[in-house]
Design a protein around this ligand. Structure first.
Ligand code: PHE
Length: 329
């Protein structure tokens, strides 16, 4: 049906009579002025006319457009006024259900460990995940051809930069940036080219470092034993320290805990190697220190009885929801 532009005003007025909501008004507006609206298609037909007719028709159409817009505006104003007085709020309606998220078990374990070490006067430190060989290896007494480099399965970004393979690099940043004594706790992501049910290419560690005058291995044992009983909330967990080797600690040890009648390795530790102190200009005759590094996933698996480490990285809602009621505090 061809519609004459002179009829549009009348037609719109008719349509507006049955318009009671803003939503209806928008529909009516688009019937006339939308992409395929009645007026819009008349505008489109202009191009079929000759020069003279075009001018005249264009002016007429613009006048119609202004009239229609005015009518629509007026109607909108009147709807706003009437609706304001008719909106009823039912205060008894129950609120919408909010599905609160949960903290990730890795975050929960980091927080739990931080809280324990904060009690012992440690400060939380952060360090870069992209490192140089200097911070990840050399300053930690892992020389260029040291076999320990192979054990780290390093992801190199180019021939200068790499993804840190352990949080021990933060020891160096922390010691470079201020003077002893230090009590540093550094949680964070680390990366190694390794993937199976017990290894993920990205995982989390917490590094501990304490440097002061007269720090001995017994300070290290005392603090780690206390940490284990605090973390598992059980004073009777058996622990043992086995001799081990890390280039940046001497002597070095691995700590095992007795879990379900089996010894389980939970962390590496030792006395800070004098070369490491020398590398950050700390006098190793005056100062000594201990350091330790633990895998957070391992602690989370023990705390929450999780068998496969990959669940931490899959973000399955059913898994994560189980941690809903545990608070980060
Ligand atoms: N950086 C070692 C690792 O990733 C752990 C460690 C930290 C050992 C500090 C001793 C002292 O295995």
């Amino acid at each position: 049906m061809d519609i004459n532009h002179t009829d549009l005003e009348y037609l719109l007025k008719e349509d507006l009579k049955s318009c009671n909501k803003e939503h209806d008004l928008l529909q009516v507006k688009s019937k006339y002025l939308g992409k395929k609206g009645l007026l819009t298609s008349l505008f489109a037909s202009i191009k079929k006319l000759n020069q003279e007719e075009r001018k005249k028709f264009g002016v007429e159409l613009n006048n119609v457009k202004n009239t229609l817009l005015l009518l629509l505006d007026k109607k909108l104003d009147s709807l706003k006024v009437t609706n304001q007085s008719t909106i009823k709020i039912d205060l008894d309606v129950p609120p919408r259900h909010h599905n609160n998220g949960s903290h990730h078990p890795i975050s929960l374990v980091i927080k739990r460990i931080e809280n324990i070490f904060l009690k012992y006067g440690f400060d939380i430190h952060d360090g870069p995940e992209i490192e140089t060989e200097h911070y990840n290896f050399e300053s930690l007494n892992i020389g260029d051809n040291h076999p320990a480099r192979d054990m780290h399965d390093t992801f190199y970004l180019n021939n200068k930069l790499l993804l840190r393979t352990h949080t021990s690099s933060v020891q160096i940043h922390a010691m470079e940036n201020s003077a002893p004594p230090f009590r540093v706790l550094a949680p964070g992501r680390v990366y190694r080219c390794d993937s199976d049910p017990t290894h993920s290419p990205m995982f989390h560690q917490i590094e501990g470092l304490c440097v002061d005058t007269d720090i001995t291995f017994s300070n290290l044992k005392w603090i780690l034993n206390n940490f284990i009983s605090d973390f598992f909330d059980n004073k009777n967990i058996k622990t043992r320290f086995r001799p081990s080797y890390f280039p940046f600690t001497e002597p070095s040890a691995e700590m095992d805990i007795m879990f379900n009648n089996k010894w389980l390795e939970v962390l590496g530790c030792g006395m800070v190697h004098p070369n490491v102190l020398k590398n950050v200009n700390i006098d190793s005759k005056k100062y000594s220190g201990f350091a330790f590094g633990l895998g957070i996933e391992r602690f989370a698996m023990l705390a929450y009885q999780i068998k496969d480490l990959r669940v931490f990285f899959e973000n399955d809602i059913n898994f994560l929801e189980q941690f809903k009621n545990i608070r980060l505090s």
